[in-house]
Write a protein that binds this ligand. Structure first.
Ligand code: SAM
Length: 258
């Protein structure tokens, strides 16, 4: 353990993900698991990149043509280029963003997430996704829950072992936001033998991640109106014109609360 309660003897999902995204905020134990995951499933780096690209695209769309000014980003990860507030405030400087993560190293680096434009605001909540009521209570200091909110959950719901529980968490969060709010989800899927193998490797390392089926990813959006193109492999969500990216073991969608 370090001063900030950072356990460098066990991998953490935020730090392994940072390694796969070529960041420098990781330790030997994270790099070891990152490499084991990559040998099990060489596509995992493309998955991490596709999720970042999707986050940027979805936030740009929502802050732009959809007029959203409030974002609740759960499972933020370590700061990188184009954090949610930077993307949203590039389009709309008055955007307000609340970040949520439970990794102590993300907390240490949170000041990099708290660099709001003067017109907007950012805040950070150190909380487990399993406690949505606490997240909502604390986020209400920064966000106005009588106005639409975009809820972004990228690569986080697989940390909740039980699918029914993951759905319940999403439902409780959506129940707290008004019509016109959005849900943005992308998560790993058991769509190839390599992906299932990487899940086994992760579990064996004491660091389980629960892959879902594409239908289960779609289930998070029950009762919402899906934006085009619906539930698709994340690499195929509004790809650059004229391109047909290969499908990856990760699915996503954006839905609007009617
Ligand atoms: C795979 S990373 C994704 C990071 C970022 N959203 C991205 O797409 O680049 C998952 C993040 O969720 C966080 N996380 C894992 N379990 C969590 C939990 N139970 N509650 C809150 N955050 C959690 C990790 O610390 C990590 O930062």
């Amino acid at each position: 353990m370090t001063d900030a309660n950072i356990d460098v003897s066990r991998p953490s999902s935020a730090r392994v993900w940072n390694y796969l995204l070529e960041g420098t905020d990781n330790f030997a134990v994270d790099r070891e698991l990152g490499e084991a995951l990559r040998s099990a499933n060489p596509g995992i780096v493309a998955v991490a990149r596709a999720q970042r690209r999707f986050l940027i695209q979805a936030v740009t769309l929502l802050a732009g043509e959809r007029g959203i000014r409030q974002f609740l980003d759960i499972g933020t990860g370590l700061p990188t280029a184009d954090n949610t507030h930077e993307v949203a405030q590039r389009v709309a400087p008055d955007s307000r963003i609340v970040y949520v993560d439970n990794d102590p190293l993300v907390l240490v680096h949170a000041r990099a997430l708290l660099t709001s434009s003067p017109e907007g605001a950012t805040a950070y909540i150190d909380s487990d996704v399993a406690d949505p009521e606490r997240i909502l209570r604390e986020a209400a200091r920064t966000l106005d829950f009588s106005r639409p909110v975009a809820l972004t959950m990228i690569g986080i719901l697989g940390n909740v072992a039980d699918y029914a529980e993951a759905r319940s968490i999403v439902r409780r969060l959506l129940d707290a936001v008004p019509p016109g709010s959005y849900l943005v989800v992308s998560d790993g899927t058991s769509t190839s033998a390599q992906s299932v193998e990487s899940q086994r490797v992760a579990k064996q390392s004491g660091h389980p991640y629960n892959l879902r089926t594409p239908e289960e990813i779609g289930g998070f959006f029950d009762g919402l109106d899906l934006l085009e193109p619906g539930v698709v492999s994340t690499s195929r969500w509004r790809p650059p014109p004229g391109t047909e990216p290969e499908a990856l073991d990760v699915y996503c969608a954006v839905g609007r609360k009617p």
